[in-house]
Design a binder for this molecule. Sequence first.
Ligand SMILES: *Cc1c(COP(=O)(O)O)cnc(C)c1O
Ligand SMILES: [Zn+2]
Length: 440
Amino acid sequence: MSTAGDRTEENETTRSCVTELVCQKCDVKLPITDMEAFCPTCGKCLDVAYDYDLAASRLRELPMSERPENIWRLSELLPIRGSHAQAQVGQFSGLTPLIPANRLGAELGLRKLYVKDDSTCRPSLSYKDRVVATAIARLLELGKSEIGCVSTGNVGTAVASLAAKAGVTPYVFYPNRLEQTKARACRALGARVCQVSGNYDEANRECRKVAAASGLEFANITLRPFYAEGAKTMAFEIVEQLGWNAPDHIVSATAGGTLSSRLHKGLVELETVGLAQTKSTKMHIAQPDGCSPIASAIIAHESEIHPCTPTTAAHSLAIGSPGDGYLVIEAVRSRGGSAASASDEEIFAGIDLLAVTEGILTEPAGGTTVAVLKKLAEAGELDPDAVVVAIITGNGLKTLDDHPPKPWPSMVECDSESMLSVLSDFQHEQAASAAQPLPA
Ligand SMILES: *Cc1c(COP(=O)(O)O)cnc(C)c1O
Ligand SMILES: [Zn+2]
């Protein structure tokens, strides 16, 4: 999007203050035009660096009221320089609501609880729209017209949807276990879908080879530094939505670690450019019991992550060998916080609790966040007056077929008398359950 006040000769470039790619581990630097995603020396994923002095001044030049209401809002701190690329993807992604969760908060004894609701993110109803949008923008900058991805579920639907709108051909590689609705949604959106018999970590390993051998760009492999940057927009939005105040606590579900580590990076950047004071925000990491390599390392005070073979109903979180895991550990250690895991039963109870208190239907990843939030609140880790943001990363409509079945009433005659009798049963049940606490 070209913004008001742009001079004609600037229309080709965005406000991005990106400078170069740097290795997260060994400080190798590469020009931003380089096509590598991984450090040629040590193999770690490359990170994107910025000129923060320039960003600080550019951020002041253009008031928030004149900025786009999408992920490109603070494009100074995003890695896309081609305004053409930025205009073609993500125009309706991001800026999801930060909802005061007063009913869930009352249940948990938290007076200032908010839900950052990415279950409504456009176009594909998960946080992955943010990261895939920046990856596809990079792809367009490179002048390419095909994109691949390996997905635990939501990357695939985001790639299918955003690629279609950008006029790019999507190829989606899915592991053996995922919510089938997500694969079907990809097909319905016109993507070519290849389901492979391994788990996510195995599919990811092979997709790296596919990328190398075919030259196909993969949103979350070869474009990974650009993909990851999209997750910072979540931090930017939360702080802006709180009136440029950082929350005391953020609770977020973690799989590969991209979201949690880039929430941290985004918070650090807001402080660096002088937009907000963010140092006191603590990060809490939620994982399922059946796949908690990052949480386990944090709990055990270890800096090494032991990969695991996932067994969890939270398929979006089933990454046993998390690429950005060590960054998450650093984030939690450096700013304080905690990690915890939840059983499948607790995860589905978390989905129910969010549903009946806030009217938000989330998938098991969101259920994991709510389950861990509940544990933290009950353990007294969160002050009742602290500002707490729970991030709900995905929509339950895509996973409903995989939730444990609830008893379904039999059909009654279509006459008001039968219906009145059912209504009266409902009201009795409701009165009885109102006397009970909400789902545990
Ligand atoms: C991918 C995903 C996550 C975790 O994201 P990472 O960045 O891999 O840690 C959380 N929730 C949902 C719904 C997801 O699809
Ligand atoms: Zn390196």
